[in-house]
Design a protein around this ligand. Structure first.
Ligand code: ATP
Ligand code: MG
Length: 189
C-alpha cells in the first residue's frame, strides 16, 4: 500500500501533482478542499459550515475535518493506496491520520513537501482566482491562508521529519520536472 501525503502551502501545486500520481500508480485521491467545495456546491449543512471558514481563509475545525476524512477513507475498501491532498493541515490531524491508518494496519509511506517561494504562491493564486473564480483566491484571503499555513500547517514539516517520512521537493520548475522528482521519490521507497 502506498499512502502518500502531498504537502505544501496554498498554491504549491498539490492538486495538479496529485492527479498525475493518481493516474500513474492507480491510487485513490482525497482532496479535502475538493470534498468541502462539493459540499458547498450541493448546499449541504456541512457545506454551509465549511464556507464560513473557507471564505475567511481559516481552517475547518479539526474534529469535523477528521470525521470527514474517516468517512471518505472508509469508502476506499480494496485500495492500492491513497494520496492525501490537503490533509493533514494541523498536528492534531496528523496524529489522527496516523491512528486511523494504524487501525487499518497501515501507515503513511512518505510526505512530499512541495516547497514554493511565497511571491510565486501569491501570483499563482491570484491568477487562479481570475481563471477559476474560486472565492478564496483573492488577495486578502490568500494572505490569511498563507499566514494560517505558516502558523498551523508548517509545523507538520518537523512532525513528519521526526516520523522519518519527510521528503522535500523544490516546487519551482515545470509541472513535468516536478512530477518527475515526485515519481523518483515514490519509486525509491
Ligand atoms: P492547493 O492550491 O495547493 O490545492 P489550497 O490551500 O488552495 O491548496 P484546498 O486544499 O483546496 O486549497 O483548501 C481550501 C480550503 O479548504 C482551505 O483554505 C481550508 O479552509 C479548507 N480545508 C481544506 N483542507 C482542510 C483541512 N485538512 N483542515 C482544515 N481545513 C481544510
Ligand atoms: Mg487543491
Amino acid at each position: 500500500m502506498l499512502n502518500i501525503v502531498i504537502f505544501g502551502a496554498p498554491g504549491s501545486g498539490k492538486g495538479t501533482q496529485s492527479q498525475r500520481i493518481v493516474d500513474k500508480y492507480g491510487l485513490n485521491h482525497i482532496s479535502t478542499g475538493d470534498v468541502l467545495r462539493a459540499e458547498i456546491k450541493n448546499g449541504t449543512e456541512l457545506g454551509q459550515t465549511a464556507k464560513g471558514y473557507i471564505d475567511q481563509g481559516q481552517l475547518i475545525p479539526d474534529e469535523l475535518m477528521i470525521d470527514i476524512l474517516a468517512s471518505v477513507l472508509d469508502g476506499f475498501r480494496d485500495s492500492k493506496g491513497v494520496i492525501f491532498d490537503g490533509f493533514p493541515r494541523t498536528i492534531a490531524q496528523a496524529e489522527a491520520l496516523k491512528k486511523m491508518l494504524a487501525e487499518r494496519g497501515q501507515e503513511v509511506s512518505v510526505m512530499i513537501d512541495l516547497d514554493v517561494p511565497e511571491e510565486e504562491l501569491m501570483s499563482r493564486l491570484i491568477r487562479r482566482g481570475i481563471d477559476s473564480g474560486r472565492a478564496d483566491d483573492n488577495e486578502e484571503t490568500i494572505r490569511k491562508r498563507l499566514a494560517v499555513y505558516h502558523s498551523q500547517t508548517a509545523p507538520l514539516i518537523g512532525w513528519f521529519k521526526e516520523e522519518n517520512k519527510y521528503h522535500h521537493i523544490e516546487g519551482m520548475g515545470s509541472m513535468e520536472e516536478i512530477a518527475a522528482k515526485i515519481v523518483e521519490a515514490i519509486d525509491s521507497l
